[in-house]
Design a binder for this molecule. Structure first.
Ligand SMILES: C[S@@+](CC[C@H](N)C(=O)[O-])C[C@H]1O[C@@H](n2cnc3c(N)ncnc32)[C@H](O)[C@@H]1O
Length: 291
């Protein structure tokens, strides 16, 4: 079994953020990449979060190189430490040695202005003990948790430590940029062999989660669509289905499909997939049961 598949099979690991980890997307990403005439030189994930897709592409060698971009300082600290500062072993040991209790979590999270490695460790712990893994201010802590395990319900230190070390094995295939994903799209938009997987914070509204999940949730969606439509390389965008986003896709002459799915609370949701031509996705849906 490849490292990547092991990474995907467990839901106990290093997802930072997010609108429910996007593991369901991975088979679709494989189909998308295999539909391209040649493997991309560079795969850019400009709104990286937990970067499940970018990491999978790197683990599976589906692009020569993967660039992850993240604006959030807390999330970015993890990638900065792992990728740019070779800190995976340090972080893995911190995780393995941490005795997780309410008091030890309080003590760790009280540290103000932590140095980068400590901020990365705080982020991992916050992600594990906050409800839904949410990092934004005001996020509540897990109380009952899964199977009544309370604070420990998503704490699997050995699995997490192993994953951190696995990421270290592909570090040379990864670049991390702490910054604005929009800038990085602009810088690469003229390159045909660079492709973009774009999973921005959703449009914030009463019904959409964008604002309460992320510290940074303001994105100029119109500008994002304009840049991607003008790019020479391929791209795939994913959003929670919403009328304004469908209108933007139509205005830019893009193809889109709504995929029905259930979230962690088993509510029915639709996820929009948007690209220049989603024939590969329609073929895939024809072969498999609806997502
Ligand atoms: C929907 S999440 C990405 C989830 C990711 N696909 C995953 O598997 O975890 C969007 C991420 O974009 C980040 N973000 C928001 N605005 C950004 C910007 N302008 N540039 C880069 N990252 C940004 C948020 O902090 C958040 O982590």
């Amino acid at each position: 079994m490849s490292v990547c598949r092991m990474w995907l099979q467990s839901n106990t690991g290093a997802h930072f953020a997010t609108q429910a980890a996007k593991t369901w997307l991975v088979p679709k990403i494989f189909a998308w990449l295999h539909s391209l005439p040649s493997a991309p030189t560079l795969f850019v994930e400009p709104f990286a979060g937990g970067a499940i897709v970018g990491l999978t592409v790197a683990f599976e060698g589906l692009a020569d190189h993967v660039t992850l971009v993240e604006l959030d300082e807390q999330v970015g600290a993890v990638w900065e430490l792992l990728i740019n500062q070779k800190g995976a072993e340090w972080l893995a040991q911190k995780v393995s040695n941490f005795m997780l209790t309410s008091a030890s979590v309080d003590q760790l999270l009280e540290i103000q202005d932590p140095a980068l490695p400590d901020l990365a460790f705080q982020t991992l712990i916050r992600n594990r003990v906050n409800r839904g893994g949410i990092l934004a201010k005001g996020a509540g802590r897990v109380k009952q948790g899964e199977n009544g395990r309370g604070l420990h319900s998503r704490w699997y230190p050995q699995t997490l430590a192993r994953r951190l070390r696995e990421i270290d094995t592909i570090r040379d295939k990864l670049t991390f940029i702490q910054g604005d994903g929009m800038d990085v799209i602009r810088q690469h938009q003229h390159k045909e062999s660079t492709i973009f997987f774009v999973d921005p914070p959703y449009i914030a509204s009463d019904k959409q989660p964008g604002r309460r999940l992320y510290t940074h949730s303001e994105v100029d969606h119109g500008h994002l669509f304009a840049m991607l439509s003008a790019s020479r390389g391929e791209f795939l965008i994913t959003y929670a289905a919403s009328e304004p986003i469908i209108e933007l896709a139509k205005a830019h002459g893009l193809d889109f499909l709504a995929l029905p799915m259930k979230n962690t609370h088993h509510a029915r949701l639709s996820e929009l997939m948007i690209g220049r031509d989603l024939a590969w996705l329609r073929r895939l849906r024809g072969r498999t049961a609806p997502a």
